[in-house]
Design a protein around this ligand. Sequence first.
Ligand code: GCW
Length: 645
Amino acid sequence: MPDPHPLWLPAAATAHLRGRTVRIAGDGPLIDTVRAEAAAAGMTPAGDDAELSIAVTTGAASSAESFTLTRDGARAIAECADDAGALHAWFEIVRLGPGAFAPASTRTVAPAHALRMLDHWDNVDVHPVMGQVERGYAGGSIFFHDGALRQDLSRVAAYARALAAIGINRVAINNVNVHVREARLLTDDLADVARIADVFRPWGIRLHLSVSFSSPMLLGGLGTADPADAGVQSWWAEAADRVYAAIPDFGGFVVKADSEGQPGPFAYGRDHADGANLLARALAPHGGVVHWRAFVYDHRQDWRDRSTDRARAAHDHFSPLDGRFDDNVIVQVKYGPMDFQVREPVSPVFFAMPHTRLALELQVTQEYTGHQRHAVYLGPQWREILDFRGRGDDQPTLAQTVRGGIAAVANVGDDRFWTGHPLAQANLYAYGRLAWDSTLDAGDVLDEWIRLTFGDDAAVHSGIHEILDDSWATYEAHTAPLGVGFMVTPGTHYGPAVDGYEYSPWGTYHFADRDGIGVDRSAATGTGFAGQYPEPWASRYESAGTTPDELLLFFHHVPYTHRLHSGDTVIQHIYDTHFAGAERVAEKLAAWGELEGCIDPAVFARGRELFAEQLRSAREWRDQINTYFLRKSGIADEAGRPIHP
Ligand code: GCW
């Protein structure tokens, strides 16, 4: 097996530091890490006049993990708030490349969010349907293999280093769907879990576990998991004590409760605050947190029932609980009200719980965005989400609103390129960088990643930038139109199936008929979801005339002849975007072909294979969607292009 790809840390990424002098002042495991990094980069230790100085200076930069970087053209001096700040300063110097020592400037760099987390959906056992990694598109798990924790953790060490370089400081190692085998990570497997924590620790990353709400029954032999039961409370307290005895800096628990079949407090007539606080109180003495997911909805819906709307569910369940969660509970909310679609409105839950620590949950793994066979750079999507001003155009952004940090579902596996498609590495990179600084421009972050990963060749740089820059928009163009969502193959969620979920219990419908399409979620005539937003968005989403085009069908059922703000009718928009989207993918395939001989041949070969599949899939999307709507509406394409009625 060849060595895994170096991600954004190939040897060349530190070439600008080779032979320079360095002074690293301070003690502790993270400082040791920085020293080892500097030595590996070929730097020479020196005294006060070193070209690069990294020192922990109490009182320098104030907030945790921050540093102040002063450059004078010849030297760079980082004064760091703590040892994590020193680690981040080191990787900033790496990232800046040859420009690390100039121009003369001083600036303080601090993370936007204290908790910057990756959630792995890795299983210990190979799940009969979901495999080793649920929604994993990059091979097996780097932590587990075939029912056991891996002995060789060298991949985890390389991963931890790469994550430290982008500022991630928390990792949950197992799937939020906690099956019987995975539940035992909390007890029987603690020694092995501690080994993984040991690998993350020198990189400033704390480990979290997903746990089953039924653990007291599954693992403790109790007859109940009721939060009000004293035996259950002490079981959790003792479980937490044992975890902290093995892993003193353990981060906490992630919980998916009363969701898609996972157990939860509803079985005992309790609510999510009761459930979350039960676990929070077991962790509180040790400084741990509970990430309690708000992804709670009825997945056994009857499609005939028009009064139930999955989009409403998180707000309906959680907003009444605002103020009832303990301080060390973080309610983790998916960015949209449905499920990681290519386009959704930002969840109204973020603006309904001012007295609760909320975390934003993103999905780096490309469940609904092409399974890491399609090259889809999600940075622009995340920026739109982070920038959403739910309370008005002069009010704080979502990034400024969340107090519980950011989490995202990870996209790596034991694949040689870590992420299946080598270009999907850009998403992991961008996630870390945007979690650190949510104001970074997605295009600039892409440039950073390309330069670190592929080097300075201008043609390679512009080729890859051009392929990825509009790739999210391209994917949106040739898949489900105007925010309506889904239309994917049930189960796998890859490729088109326009009516795949139309009569399913999962609550994901488009309601297309011969006259029109879309879901009426207005307060006046629909499900009322639009009314879950504060103003001005409640009013904006309430009417089709003020709903942004890209979300029109999420909020309204309109005739095919409805005219968008763009001037096009809905039906013509569908045809145009699907032809253009598939065409754009063909251009991307050609652009990738231009890179032959200019990049690592193995990366090129993997990409070529996947771009061919991306084009096949995009054409399939185009043809199924266009044909479906031509058949439904009977309205011809104005441009007379080939459709298959
Ligand atoms: O997106 C859906 C996925 C499930 C996943 C669930 C969740 C882990 O299809 O595979 O389960 O969301 O977020 O809990």
